[in-house]
Design a protein. Structure first.
Length: 146
């Protein structure tokens, strides 16, 4: 009788330990997918960040038949008005990017990439965003005419 009770206790303990290992392995699988998704997002951003010019629009693609990405490039409009900048100042004293632009050859673009992996055991998505300043070639032409 004592042996049967001991075997039953060992069986219950073994099931609990197996459940913990199973949870750990699924957590590792989720982490690997998020790491790979982040790497895909960084690769897409870097591919567009090294271009000399940027074109507004939405671009998409697929990597390894598992990760789908969508990149949105939008031009950020800005204006130079110090008083307006002070009024828009954030509570922490920082200024939003759109308060400063003068007649400058620079244009500011926002690049946002969304990477998802819906057809995997652990579906998820990663969203990365950055800003990029690009020299406006037309501004150089206009200065040369003056």
């Amino acid at each position: 009788m004592e042996v049967m009770v001991a075997v039953a206790i060992m069986g219950i303990t073994l099931v609990g330990i197996m459940h913990v290992f199973s949870s750990l392995l699924s957590g590792i699988g989720k982490t690997e997918l998020y790491n790979e998704g982040t790497l895909v997002a960084r690769e897409v951003l870097e591919r567009y960040l090294i271009q000399k010019t940027l074109e507004e629009g939405v671009f998409n693609g697929e990597v390894n038949s598992m990760f789908q990405w969508e990149l949105t490039i939008t031009r950020r409009e800005t204006s130079l008005d110090l008083q307006e900048g002070i009024e828009k100042m954030n509570a922490d004293g920082s200024l939003p990017i759109d308060w400063l632009e003068e007649e400058s050859p620079l244009e500011m673009y926002e690049l946002t990439v969304n990477v998802s992996w819906p057809d995997t055991p652990f579906p998820g998505r990663v969203l990365l965003s950055t800003l990029r300043a690009v020299v406006n070639q037309n501004a150089d032409d206009e200065e040369g005419k003056l």
